[in-house]
Design a protein around this ligand. Structure first.
Ligand SMILES: C[S@@+](CC[C@H](N)C(=O)[O-])C[C@H]1O[C@@H](n2cnc3c(N)ncnc32)[C@H](O)[C@@H]1O
Length: 244
């Protein structure tokens, strides 16, 4: 076990939520199992940690992906930035406890930031704001508070994930373009395929209207879809209105 590794926060949390974090050495042994290792380390392989805690497994995978990318693109900062964001965009987590969700988001961003800062240093550069803001946006969208079993959040809303699908990704692509699509966890389980760019629309909990009530006073809510974007500009979350 790593020195000072905290695996239990309180007896109450263990009893109520089964919160016992996995030791780093065990995470490492599990993630590097033959057959799994080669797949999980690829930037485009989607990984979901369904009871993520503070992100033990996601952290390990992100660290290994960033190391691999730095070895693949030792002379190309722009490609490293693009593929590092892609590597984050396919890591997902669901966690019940709000404090763990925040810690998981921070942990993943700190891993990204520290690695990126050191790698940029090889080029006498500082991390770019666009890249770091995009990393924050992607991580915050991918690590979701919720009850994985009920598929809902504390606010009783569906758990929603963003797919960041690369567009025309080729071996020599330098600037990766993605299209973001929001899926509920329920839709993912049901293998429903949405139009690329779809934005999740919350269903308002209003009193039911009867057939004879007037619908004229209801506000017309415009519908939006995400626009294709460079992954380094994901933080802009650009959308367009869908014409009626
Ligand atoms: C055994 S810990 C594992 C945490 C992390 N995966 C690790 O290996 O260190 C289980 C975690 O699941 C969370 N949890 C418990 N029930 C859950 C549920 N229904 N949905 C999502 N998370 C849940 C707990 O809050 C706790 O952080």
């Amino acid at each position: 076990m790593v020195e000072n590794e905290v695996l239990i926060k309180s007896k109450k949390r263990v009893q109520q939520h089964g919160e016992v974090f996995t030791p780093k050495a065990i995470v490492d042994a599990m993630v590097t199992l033959p057959g799994l290792d080669e797949i999980i380390i690829q930037a485009q392989t989607s990984v979901l940690e369904p009871a993520a805690g503070e992100g033990a497994f996601l952290i390990n995978i992100l660290e290994r992906r960033l190391s691999l990318l730095s070895a693949q693109f030792p002379d190309d900062l722009v490609r490293f930035e693009n593929y590092a964001l892609l590597a984050i965009s396919s890591l997902y987590g669901v966690e019940l406890l709000v404090d763990n969700v925040k810690k998981c988001v921070i942990n993943l961003f700190v891993i990204f930031h520290d690695f990126y800062k050191e790698f940029s240093g090889n080029f006498d550069q500082q991390p770019k704001t666009d890249v770091e803001e995009s990393a924050k946006t992607i991580i915050a969208a991918n690590i979701v508070q919720g009850d994985f079993l009920k598929r809902t959040t504390n606010a009783d809303a569906p758990i929603v994930f963003s797919e960041w699908a690369p567009l025309q990704l080729k071996k020599n692509t330098k600037h990766i373009q993605v299209i973001r699509t929001e899926y509920t966890l329920q839709e993912i389980f049901q293998k429903i395929k949405l139009e690329p760019g779809s934005v999740y629309i919350p269903v308002p909990k209003t009193e039911q209207l009867s057939l004879f009530d007037s619908h004229e006073d209801l506000p017309v809510v415009p519908l939006y879809r995400y626009l294709p974007t460079r992954i380094t500009e994901a933080y802009k979350e650009e959308k367009e209105e869908i014409p009626e």
